[in-house]
Every structure is written in C-alpha cells, then in structure tokens.
Design a protein around this ligand. Structure first.
Ligand code: ASP
Length: 284
C-alpha cells in the first residue's frame, strides 16, 4: 500500500470498489449482467485472518458497493452473512443510498442472452431452463465468468481477503455466489488469505479458500496450496470445472493456480515492485 495510514481492510475494500464501480466490467458491481429476471444481485465478502472476523452479503440488490456492505456486516453486525432483502435493509439502515447497478448496456446484453435461452417466458426454474443455460454456458455464449479478489497484508501484519461478483449471467434469482460465502470464495487465517474465481458451485462444495489457508498453515507456499486444493477437487470431479485461486501468506508471498482458461493476477509490494503471473493450467 502506498498510503501507510490505511489498513489492509481499507486496501481490500478500495481495491474491490474500483472494480465494482467500473461499468465496463460485466461480472462485478455496476455493469454486471443481471439474473434470469433481469435483477442485479450482487455478492461480496471480506475476512481478517488475524482475528477470523468476517462478513458477507448475498443477492444484495439496489446497492452500489457490496464489498462496503460486507465490511459493515463484519464490523457492525452480530452476524457473518446477510442475504437478499435483509442485506438490502441493512445497507439502507447504514446509509448506503439506493442504486441501480444494472446499466443499459448490461440490460441490452441480458436481453440478447434471454432470447438465446428461449425468451423471457421460459425464465426461472425447470429442466428446460437449466438445459438452455447449460447449453449457452458450454458453448461459451454466456460469456466469461468474473470476480474481483483482493488480498492485502499491511505494515502492522494485518492480513485480509475480499471478493466481489455479480455472478454468472442469467443465474436463478436467489442463487448464492461463492464470492459471498466465507470459506468458499473468501477466507483468511493468521497464515494467509485466499480468494476464488470460477464456477462458484465448486468453491462452495470444496470450501476451496479455507483449504488453501489450511494448507498454508501447514507450511505450503501459496502457489502449492492453491495447486493442492484444486488437484484435490479435480480428483473427485469428473469434469474439470473452471476454478482459479489466489493466495497471499503472512510473509507477503503471493501465489495462484487455475484449472484452465486464461488467468492472471497482479502483485505489488511497496511502490517499486509490480509482477504479473499467469500460472499454468492444472490437471488432477
Ligand atoms: N465465482 C463467481 C460465481 O460463481 C463467478 C466467477 O468468479 O466467475 O458467482
């Protein structure tokens, strides 16, 4: 961090908000493609490794920065996670103003995808809808998944993880993203912090970021920990889902791994060192 008066919590929040506020990023915050009913539902979470304090919001609507609300859940509520209407009410009570995250361009692209999926009348649950979404997803027509994950270690030794997403396009209303689930999309311990992107259902099933932090606690490097966690998943899953993990340990060493696709992460330490890395895809 350049500004030494700010903590790792601020760094994670600010870093994620910059992406949430970018209308050109179609899978996070403003500009994210909405759910099957055209509603922008946003998910985010944050965790402080040193204290295990954490907060998350799932399916938050009409709010600009889900990561800022997740931080408040962590700092000001007696709970770890809030969802849907309750999360929205909590945000309003804390002064977050009503905000429409679905931009005209996101709505236009949603309309095109809805047509491909069989039109608005077929939206929602049911086998026909599930098949249409699967077909669009497998043929790459739904577009890329996307999430922003930020991990930070500050001068005082505070280590923090945060994650935010608007989820995959046309997801069912109420679908909970791993990005809001502590242990799935976000986790941190005194040993390190981790964030996940990809098919969130798998991060939830295998508690991937929790696993990465445990492995770092056992002495594995961040990259080894990410690779092991993904390999363990690939041993069980027949098909190879797209998942990518990043990690940062308490010594400030970063790492990452992916099951495939293009994936890179950005690392900065002080003002002079900037590194970009694209880990090779893994197999079981
Ligand atoms: N993990 C996110 C989700 O499933 C999406 C992504 O990272 O691409 O909601």
């Amino acid at each position: 961090m350049g500004d030494r008066s700010r903590s790792a919590v601020d760094a994670v929040e600010r870093g994620i908000m910059a992406v949430e506020d970018d209308p050109l990023v179609d899978s996070v915050g403003t500009g994210g493609i909405p759910n099957a009913e055209g509603v922008g539902e946003l998910d985010a979470s944050m965790m402080i490794g040193n204290t295990y304090r954490c907060g998350g919001v799932s399916c938050l609507t009409e709010t600009k920065n889900p990561i800022a609300v997740a931080r408040k859940v962590m700092e000001l509520s007696p709970h770890n996670m809030l969802c849907g209407e309750g999360a929205r009410k909590f945000a309003r009570a804390l002064g977050f103003p009503p905000y429409e995250p679905v931009t005209p361009e996101a709505k236009r692209r949603w309309g095109v995808l809805m047509q491909k999926a069989g039109g608005e009348e077929s939206k929602g649950a049911g086998e026909k809808w599930a098949q249409a979404i699967l077909m669009l997803s497998r043929s790459g027509q739904l577009g890329a998944h996307g999430t922003v994950g930020v991990l930070a270690l500050d001068a005082s030794g505070l280590i923090v993880a945060g994650t935010s997403t608007s989820g995959p396009p046309l997801r069912l209303p109420g679908r909970v993203s791993d990005s809001s689930v502590i242990g799935a999309g976000t986790y941190a311990t005194p040993a390190g912090a981790s964030s996940a992107t990809g098919e969130g259902e798998y991060a939830i099933k295998y508690n991937l970021t929790r696993r990465v932090c445990d492995l770092m606690g056992e002495g594995h490097s961040p990259t080894e920990a990410c690779e092991r966690a993904l390999k363990e998943m690939l041993k069980i899953e027949r098909k190879s889902p797209f998942m990518a993990l990043i990690a940062l340990n308490s010594a400030g060493t970063p790492g990452g791994a992916t099951t495939g696709g293009s994936f890179s992460y950005y690392y900065e330490r002080g003002s002079e060192r900037v590194v970009r890395v694209t880990p090779a895809p893994l197999s079981a």
